[in-house]
Design a protein around this ligand. Sequence first.
Ligand code: FES
Length: 168
Amino acid sequence: MSEHGKKKRDQVATRRPEGEFDPEIRVLLADLSQEEGSLLRCLQRVQEHFGYVPDSSIGVIAELCNVSRAETFGVLTYYADLRTVPPAAILVRICGAEACQSVGSRELEVEWHNIQERSFTDASVETAEVFCLGNCALGPAAMINGELIGRVTPDVIAEHVTSLLAKS
Ligand code: FES
């Protein structure tokens, strides 16, 4: 199992009460779940709504999409963008795809992690890697709480994070 797979399995292992979100998810997926092959879109919709896919919702999503829990778990853990724990208040996503790597995204990520460890130690800031933000010509690219930033530097990320923390 890959590191990513282990991490996702460990995340899923933190269970919440079964059925906690079921009524809301039934309404949320009412129009979509009957469509064939809609499992991924259902998971994405749940994540858009809650910010993550609660692990306790795997059963109801499987039932609504008429697939097994194992298949639902497999899709949920396969896609890096799907998460089973709530995101931090500030989510910094740094592009690690090829075009951005060629203009220094790896170095950017290392420098940003150093700054984050020094200056943003509370749990309200989370950094994640993403593969292509569709901004390849302006790499390295990052997205901070949904805002796309091109030709980003560690200092620019720090400024944005500081500004968001000040508003929260
Ligand atoms: S490769 Fe980074 S935005 Fe496309």
